[in-house]
Design a protein around this ligand. Structure first.
Ligand code: ADP
Ligand code: MG
Length: 323
């Protein structure tokens, strides 16, 4: 069966006064129906831009998708017209953002916002959409949802707002949900609860899920497969369990040692990766990670490595075999 989503050589650049920022540079990956893909990497490595590109939500200018193909249910989203795109955005692909306070409208009641996609995209009457909205809030375990739909966003806690966002995302029964750091602002316990909930709901409905995060610990627990991004490119791809146990790219190895993990002993030491990610408008000619990499050899500074298979379903973009 063809994958639900197939991204081929996608590149999104920003044309700024300081040069061309290659925020996403020739990334390719596939996602099957019902599967959960994790996208990880440090801040600024192109995770959000890659997700926003899927829905063609890149501000232009200065941004532009300069190349590639995004096949979703067999159709190239880069060739879709405005009408098709708006249908896809509400009905087929939902996005849950990092900051619910900026994506929930503060002047509208929660219920009104949760039922809106149903009224707009599925032409439901208000009465029925309200009943569905209450049901959706129940599903994400918001207590007293019959009365709480009349609350405004500021009357909800951070965790509840994020739950309301998930409810909004799920109401139209999309085929794909993209969650961009949906829990970063919340404490670890609530993060874990929300991710479990999202995982459970998508599993029940066979919805594919892309979880974007800078926390590898989260990914290991909730994703089936993982793409590790660095400087706008995918540098490692693997099954989540494989990546967690046997990270192969020096960047992933560094990331693993530097991020707190959900089940980690608080006293254990975190070792940050030295140095800074490169300026995406002025990338080095070889591997973008080479200046920070303790395994780098001469070739790494000359030529950028492409992804290559290292074992079944596991690929890295690295010239060196680190054991
Ligand atoms: N509107 C914009 N104008 C210029 N550069 C941008 C814009 N939006 C994002 N970028 C750049 O794209 C790169 C990737 O950003 P982003 O995808 O948001 O990173 P993250 O991995 O943290 O989600 C960053 O270097 C950022 O500065
Ligand atoms: Mg981001």
């Amino acid at each position: 069966m063809a994958p639900l989503l197939s991204v081929n050589n996608l590149s999104t650049h920003f044309f700024t006064g300081n040069g061309v920022v290659k925020a996403v540079d020739q990334i390719s990956y596939e996602l099957n129906a019902g599967e959960t893909l994790g996208i990880v990497g440090e801040s600024g490595c192109g995770k959000s831009v890659s997700a926003l590109s899927l829905l063609r939500l890149i501000p232009n200018p200065p941004g532009k998708i300069v190349g590639g193909e995004i096949l979703f249910e067999g159709r190239d989203l880069l060739k879709a017209n405005k009408k098709e795109l708006s249908h896809i955005r509400g009905n087929r692909i939902a996005m849950i953002f990092q900051e619910p306070m900026t994506s929930l409208n503060p002047v509208h009641r929660i219920g009104c916002q949760v039922r809106e996609p149903l009224m707009v995209h599925q032409k439901m009457k208000k009465h029925r959409a309200t009943a569905e909205a209450i049901g959706a809030l129940k599903k994400v375990q918001i207590p007293d949802s019959e009365s709480r739909i009349d609350d405004f966003p500021h009357q909800f806690s951070g965790g509840m707002r994020q739950r309301a966002m998930i409810a909004m995302g799920l109401t139209c029964a999309p085929k794909l949900i993209i969650a961009d750091e949906p829990t970063t602002a919340l404490d670890v316990t609530i993060q874990a609860q929300l991710l479990s909930l999202m995982k459970q709901l998508t599993r029940e409905t066979g919805t594919a899920l892309i979880i974007i995060t800078h926390n590898l610990g989260i990914i290991a627990r909730y994703a089936d497969r993982v793409n590790v991004m660095y400087a706008g490119r995918i540098v490692e791809k693997a099954a989540a369990t494989d990546l967690y146990r046997h990270p192969k790219h020096p960047y992933t190895i560094g990331l693993m040692a530097s991020v707190p993990q959900l089940d980690q002993d608080i006293k254990s030491r975190l070792t940050p990766i030295e140095g800074q990610p490169p300026d995406l408008a002025d990338l080095p000619s070889g591997c973008a990670f080479a200046p920070r990499c303790r395994f780098a050899v001469e070739k790494c500074r000359m030529e950028a490595p492409r992804l290559r298979p290292v074992s079944g379903g596991h690929e890295i973009a690295c010239w060196v075999d680190v054991e």
